[in-house]
Ligand binder design. Structure first.
Ligand code: ZN
Length: 458
């Protein structure tokens, strides 16, 4: 390595801390919060940091859901890079938490507050990084655009989607980096690997319904809505969607192979071959993470049926939640479920994110990822080698969905990258007493500056 890339800066730490505190205390939930208030607070920060009005935009579909777009100009050698982060947070109730979720609390080495790890931390880190670059007069080889947006967690005004549809010119980029995940996975404080989500599965709910004329329960018949629904669910339980790897999951297993041993290493080698060894696939599929990496999965998550203890059920219904591999549409999986269930009496419908139940799924799908960008991964490896010597950098597929579904669909390959370290058994995003380690946060600040500079220097 030519020189140290990581140069911690006290003023940037303080600024990132102050912005995390400020953002945490602005309620940005969908129910009663305002994303606009958080966006406006950040506007003032960017003005104070010397960004001209012409490079700061606050815009959105309504008063509560405005997004912030800021641009740091580069030399124009390459097309811009877009950084995205959501400002909204999941609901949090005071009575569920040990402290007020909308008060920023520092305690025993952690920052507590709703959004402290998902993802007002990332918003503060990316903003502080741009402000430091501005202060230092750094000219990147491409414009760096930052978009802080609404409704990633829910709501009907997704900011990334809205910006792409209404102001594409403001956020158009060659690729995208999202701070909403990834990071250094550790076990009891020991770093294991840096994960970079480079593609994601598509989330989808389907509704299975069995109906029957019903009748008196003293006179049962073989036809019964609950029996039929139970049989349909059993067929889903016994079905495995086909094994499939893409550019990202293949690269993930190539990396895993190097850090695995014994049977697992042999099995990984066997699934990477063409054609893959299906016995090895079956052995690996016993692990839930491997299973979900190699297959589309569908699982029943809710059940309801019947209307009285002494009546034959007239309806029985199940929600089946699927996580769909890139390249397959919602409608394709709905049709697959119909085939798996193989009972025309069971109706299979799609439930959209608003809860509406529809007879058809859309053709929406998560895009098959291109090979991971070498410039991004080379830059990452250099900084990781310095900050967490010896751990691998692994491209991964997220099993949930982020705003990357919109940017990937718009043709901008999206990577979820953060330099925060989190313990495998202390993931509190969306839960009570959400927190981020103080050291993890500050090292995340140091990481992001070094990494972003590394990616945009050449
Ligand atoms: Zn998030």
């Amino acid at each position: 390595m030519a020189q140290q890339a990581v140069q911690p800066d006290e003023a940037t730490h303080r600024l990132a801390h102050d912005m995390l505190m400020q953002l945490s205390e602005i309620n940005t939930t969908d129910s009663i919060g305002s994303v606009t208030a958080a966006a406006e607070a950040m506007v003032q920060r960017f003005r104070d940091a010397g960004f001209p009005e012409s490079d700061i935009h606050v815009l959105g579909p309504n008063d509560r859901k405005k997004n912030l777009v800021v641009r740091l100009h580069g030399s124009g050698k390459h097309k811009p890079v877009l950084l995205i982060g959501h400002l909204d947070v999941v609901e949090a109730r005071r009575e569920d938490w040990s402290t007020d979720p909308f008060k920023f609390v520092e305690q025993e080495g952690y920052f507590y507050g709703r959004g402290s790890s998902d993802m007002k931390d990332g918003d503060a880190i990316m903003s502080a990084t741009l402000m430091r670059m501005k202060k230092e007069g750094y000219i990147p080889s491409r414009d760096i655009i930052l978009a802080l947006t609404a409704d990633e967690e829910g709501g009907t005004s997704n900011g990334v989607d809205w910006l792409l549809k209404n102001h594409r010119e403001l956020i158009d980029a060659e690729f995208v980096m999202n701070h909403d995940g990834g990071g250094v996975l550790s076990e009891h404080g020991k770093p294991l690997m840096m994960e970079v989500n480079a593609t994601e599965k598509l989330y989808s709910d389907f509704v299975l319904t069995a109906t029957n004329p019903g009748g008196h329960s003293s006179l049962p018949r073989p036809d019964n809505a609950i029996y039929e629904l139970a049989a349909a669910i059993t067929r889903i339980a016994n079905y495995q969607f086909p094994f499939e790897l893409n550019n990202v999951t293949r690269a993930y297993y190539e990396g895993q192979q190097k850090i695995s041993a014994g049977q697992r290493a042999a099995d990984i080698a066997a699934i990477l071959k063409t054609p893959p060894d299906l016995d090895a696939v079956a052995r690996l599929s016993k692990d839930p993470i491997d299973n979900s990496t190699m297959h589309t999965t569908c699982v029943p998550t809710r059940l309801s049926g019947g209307h009285a203890n002494n009546a034959l059920p007239q309806t029985a219904q199940a929600n089946v939640n699927c996580r769909i591999l890139p390249g397959h549409s919602l409608e394709e999986i709905r049709l697959a479920l119909i085939k798996i269930i193989a009972d025309s009496k069971i109706k299979v419908q799609y439930r959209d994110i608003g809860g509406q139940v529809l007879d058809h799924g859309s053709d929406r799908h998560s895009f098959v990822p291109p090979p991971p960008r070498q410039d991004v991964f080379a830059a990452l490896r250099q900084v990781v080698a310095e900050m967490w010597p010896g751990i691998p950098v692994l491209p991964t597929m997220a099993t949930g969905a982020s705003d990357g579904v919109y940017t990937n669909a718009a043709g901008m390959p999206t990577y979820i990258i953060s330099g925060e370290q989190y313990d495998r058994d202390d993931v509190r995003a969306h839960g009570k007493d959400e927190r981020i380690g103080v050291q993890s946060f500050y090292r995340g600040v140091d990481f992001y500056y070094a990494f972003l500079k590394n990616v945009t220097e050449k």
